[in-house]
Design a binder for this molecule. Structure first.
Ligand code: KIV
Ligand code: ZN
Length: 395
């Protein structure tokens, strides 16, 4: 891992929306207490902005945002609001106790959304952008405006709306890939173009918000940062609408591990990533897939003999980051039919056995036979077969 630039211009704001977009995943509802627990952990791990909920959506959401606003010590607490004054007022009420507060207000700008969802003409949408941001600015000087379905929005109209939002007082401009449609090259160009064409663009922080419908949310987010965005909206374990959002742990570790080509940095304490992943999985009852990058249970597990042999010689042969760096105690060499003699010998040492060469040979044959029958061989299985070998051995 190479050291990152510490320049402020390369600092990326981590905006966590696990409690808002994440909770919008069908089936991921969290209780009030669970939300407070997640928010506390996000705050401890160095998340810059916690999007705590959508206060107008329900009394429960309002109460959760309100309580998180009271308790959060470091992070900015943010609530979501549509382009309706009643939403913005309710959101302002919910975040009121926070020492640092943000209103995030959004409006669709793409032709398909304006025509079918909003049933409004572009000039009406344009006026609504100004009105919503102006309303939000009455409550806080930290206002984020999002052009929903931004990646399918006509570029001239997008630039006009962004310029108007900044003029009305928006301090963060988010251009979401709401439907997970864009590609890295396209998203990079979008940010570059908007920042170049909008005359007051230097008065706002630009933000990426990606969905994973085509599996490109993390790559797209990093491409947007290359295009000049300095905020990433993401969720723990990548939970979120449909295929989910950008996974926080993945973008953070990508920037840490590949800092020579992704030269940006965040304030996240990466050693807390595994804890956060486990907590979010437990409270949402969403299992983390075994092979999930960074936090999956196989992310630091090796079964094949060739890999285990390499790992025993030097961990850098098959690991690009240490398990400790993301809060995992140690690498695990999983014993199975692909495991080799070296790993077996190491396992016996760890379990406290000293066998003669012949005993070892026999035990290894027994182990391979067992591994062919069982998917994974546990320590107890190895202990049993070695004890049997010792009991029946003649040397
Ligand atoms: O995906 C999206 O467009 C959103 C907005 C509300 C920011 O979640
Ligand atoms: Zn979203």
């Amino acid at each position: 891992m190479t050291s990152h630039s510490s320049s402020e211009k390369d600092r990326v704001v981590i905006f966590d929306t696990t409690l808002r977009d994440g909770e919008q995943s069908p089936g991921a509802t969290m209780t009030h207490e669970e939300k407070l627990e997640v928010a506390e952990l996000l705050d401890q791990m160095g998340v810059d902005v916690i999007e705590a909920g959508f206060p107008i959506a329900s009394e429960g959401d309002f109460q959760a945002v309100h309580e998180i606003a009271k308790r959060t010590r470091n992070a900015v607490v943010c609530g979501l609001a549509r382009a309706a004054f009643k939403d913005i007022d309710r959101c302002a009420e919910a975040i009121k106790p926070a020492s640092r507060k943000r209103i995030h207000t959004f409006l669709s700008t793409s032709p398909v959304h304006m025509k079918h969802k909003l049933q409004k003409e572009p000039h009406e949408v344009y006026e609504m952008v100004i009105a919503q941001v102006t309303r939000a600015r009455n409550y806080t000087d930290d206002v984020e405006w999002s052009s929903e379905d931004g990646t399918r929005t006509e570029i001239d109209f997008l630039c006009r709306c962004v310029e108007a939002a900044i003029k009305a007082g928006a301090t963060t401009i988010n251009i979401p890939d709401t439907v997970g449609y864009t590609t890295p090259e396209e998203y990079y160009t979008l940010f570059k173009t908007v920042r170049e064409r909008v005359p007051n663009s230097d008065q706002a922080v630009f933000s990426v918000h990606c969905h994973d419908d085509l599996g490109m949310a993390v790559a797209n987010s990093l491409a947007g940062v290359r295009g000049g965005a300095r905020q990433i909206e993401c969720t723990i374990n990548g939970i979120g609408e449909r295929a989910g959002n950008t996974a926080l742990e993945e973008v953070v570790m990508a920037m840490k591990v590949r800092s020579e080509v992704l030269p940006w940095w965040t304030g996240i304490d990466a050693t807390m990533l595994t804890r956060a992943s486990k907590l979010v999985s437990a409270v949402t009852s969403f299992p983390v897939q075994y092979n999930k990058a960074i936090v999956g249970r196989n992310a630091f597990a090796h079964e094949s003999g060739i890999h285990q042999d390499g790992m025993l010689k030097n961990a850098q042969t098959y690991e690009i980051m240490t398990p400790e760096s993301v809060g995992v105690k140690q690498t695990s060499l999983v014993m199975g039919k692909h495991s080799g003699r070296h790993a077996f010998v190491r396992k016996l040492e760890d379990l406290g056995y000293k066998l003669s060469a012949n005993q070892l040979e026999d035990a290894f044959v027994r182990f391979k036979a067992l591994a062919d029958r069982k998917k994974q061989v546990q320590d107890e299985d190895i202990e049993a077969l070695v004890d049997e070998e010792i009991a029946t051995a003649h040397d």
